[in-house]
Design a protein around this ligand. Sequence first.
Ligand SMILES: *Cc1c(COP(=O)(O)O)cnc(C)c1O
Length: 415
Amino acid sequence: MDHDHVRGVDPVVADALEGEIERQQDTLSMIASENHVSRAVLDAQGSALTNKYAEGYPGARYYGGCRYADEVEQLAIDRATELFGAEHVNVQPHSGTQANQAVYFAMLEPGDKILSLDLTHGGHLSHGHPANFTGQLYEVEQYEVDPETGYLDYDGLADHAAEFEPDIIVSGYSAYPREVEWERIQDVAEEVDALHLADIAHITGLVAAGVHSSPVGVADFVTGSTHKTIRSGRGGIVMTNEEYADDIDSAVFPGGQGGPLMHNIAGKAVGFGEALEPEFETYAERTVANAKALGETLADHGLSLVSGGTDNHLVLVDLRESHPDTTGGDAEEALEDAGIVLNANTVPGETRSAFNPSGIRAGTPALTTRGFDEDDLRTVGDLIARVIDSPDDEDVIADVSESVDELCAANPLYE
Ligand SMILES: *Cc1c(COP(=O)(O)O)cnc(C)c1O
């Protein structure tokens, strides 16, 4: 893939763009929130729609010349509606965080109460972290996973909600390897008369494919990112029912954003179209099967998995017992030297810091897109375990690098 037009005016940026493609080709991308979009989605996102102002919604814009913008946005909406079965879909949020912002802005007043999962237990910054606007505008308390099992503590959540009386309960997580029981959280929300926001950012593709149960039709609001398991390019989405449709639309625009990123919405339209094809269901199933194969292999090597395994696209490894002297940061760094890119992550009951936590998180969405199967993921699991056992051994790193090169060459990307 070349960038001749960029190279003509800006060789430095062209080098960086081509370097990034090579980096993606030559390393194992195992950051659980990342994926590789198709060439079709890439082209749509890098299109002339970036030039177009289209404030408003299809058929009701504040600008002329919106014929194609309308066509593309309506396609994205219709395809998302078909994928998720939601009554109302808004495809304009610039990201998953902006999608959440729209829900809070539509439904809450400053000082209202949010009950969400603790960040170190798998939650997200936009669910009430002190450094995020949510932590500063709203009163936030947090629920937790069961420290013994690593599964969500639904009973603890119910007790906490009864005591705190939140205005909104947030479900949906960044580092939770198990199936979420949306109905149980919805029951708690109804019990205390709270709204329920289900943020499926990570699992949007798994939900679309029916590989994870759907909160659509259960929770009042469902938000997501469009670039994680759904491979539709960077962006966000909000879904709700007819009752809240107008409130959400006004909270996205003009409430929180100006002109929509029409080129990204074109990417969403193309990516959602791809996700409607039967192959996407196979992709989502393989993503989960691959994560299970990875988790089992890591466990066979004596690594401890939070919750003991996975139901979705990611595994969370707690290094404290098996490797008390290796932090998540140490592991992340050594693995990157060997060409395996993932991230250090906090674990439930974290005893280090968010900056250098005790775990690593590894996901299979991107590798599965490249064609990796369960055998490949067992090989990758062996390689990860070898590096974590000897993070400072240069021979091991060199050896693993070679195996990574072979795996990458056998599963080409953007040919
Ligand atoms: C990734 C993520 C988001 C959104 O992230 P953006 O980078 O803003 O798209 C929101 N919620 C959760 C739980 C996430 O994991």
